[in-house]
Ligand binder design. Structure first.
Ligand code: URA
Length: 296
């Protein structure tokens, strides 16, 4: 047997195929690159920041050429550029824009024009929603992945295909539900959105729910449940129990937290739990429509 060599094109093709099948979709460099700094506006264009402590902090001394700070055992994490860290002013602007939208079209336009979330700088597309805005059921996931970013639609990758099958199992499809995410821009490399990014995007998804005004909300995964149900409980405790999402105008929408399809792909033994949750949703829809028929 010959040893694999990166100089052999056949080995290299095999290596790439292996990476692709393992889900590797980003090429990272040895040294971290501050994309926030690249995407940040030039000093004269910057919005005023509310974090003067950060902006006035002294720069660390310059390192000698070729020196890698990460070689130190307690090397501090690189400080993000202050101009790129969204501050409370951006969250307030997001709230203002979200509340000013009187239709989903307007909300989409306001989100497309919003520059206050750094995730937009690295995403290809705004992933606003898919499905039927008149649907009785709205599902909210966490954030788009690679496929969603490319297509500009939520849940179109592997986990989306599983979600479609879960919906079909209770007689629903994309024509009878509306799907969105807490975060509408893909975090680079599918990293977890920071709490700050979530707070910036929260007003948009809350307004989106309010404008769709579904009869039932399904929270796909812990981040969606925690953000929209005002709880810090873990998803394995939350799932399967009805909660309430209360909109800014005070409308109480029954919400079913359940397991995220991406988690179910990794943990198929838990599919039965999600199945039970979806049966709960089906029963709730039936109860709500018989209430409607009875004029309640
Ligand atoms: N995971 C999510 O939470 N949302 C998507 O749109 C895709 C994957």
């Amino acid at each position: 047997m010959t040893a694999a060599s990166p100089n052999n094109p056949v080995d290299f093709a095999d290596l790439l195929a292996f990476y692709a099948s393992a889900g590797v979709d980003e090429a990272l460099e040895d040294a971290p690159v501050n994309r926030f700094a690249e995407a940040a506006p030039k000093p004269a264009e910057r919005m005023p920041t509310t974090t003067p402590r950060e902006s006035s902090a002294p720069e660390p001394p310059a390192a000698p050429a070729g020196f890698d700070r990460r070689a130190l055992p307690d090397a501090p994490a690189p400080r993000p550029s202050t101009s790129a860290v969204p501050d409370e002013a951006q969250a307030a602007l997001a709230r203002q824009l979200a509340n000013a939208a009187v239709s989903l079209d307007e909300l989409r336009q306001h989100m497309a024009a919003f520059e206050g979330c750094n995730l937009k700088a690295t995403a290809k597309n705004l992933v606003f929603a898919d499905g039927n805005p008149q649907a009785a059921v709205m599902l909210v996931g966490e954030a788009p992945g690679r496929d969603e970013d490319i297509e500009g639609l939520p849940f179109v990758g592997r986990s989306g295909r599983l979600l479609d099958r879960m919906l079909a199992a209770i007689g629903l499809d994309r024509g009878s539900v509306y799907i969105a995410n807490v975060i509408p821009w893909r975090p680079p490399g599918n990293r977890t959105p920071t709490p700050h990014e979530t707070e910036i995007c929260r007003p948009f998804i809350e307004r989106q729910i309010e404008l769709v005004n579904p009869k039932v909300l399904i929270n796909l995964g812990g981040p969606s449940a925690k953000t929209l149900l005002n709880t810090s409980e873990g998803i394995l405790r939350l799932r399967g129990n009805w909660r309430v999402h209360t909109t800014a105008s005070g409308i109480a929408i029954p919400a079913m937290p359940t397991l995220h399809p991406a988690y179910l792909l990794r943990t198929p033994a838990h599919k039965k739990l999600a199945w039970r949750d979806f049966l709960e949703v089906k029963a709730k829809l039936r109860a709500l429509s018989s209430d409607d028929l009875a004029g309640n």
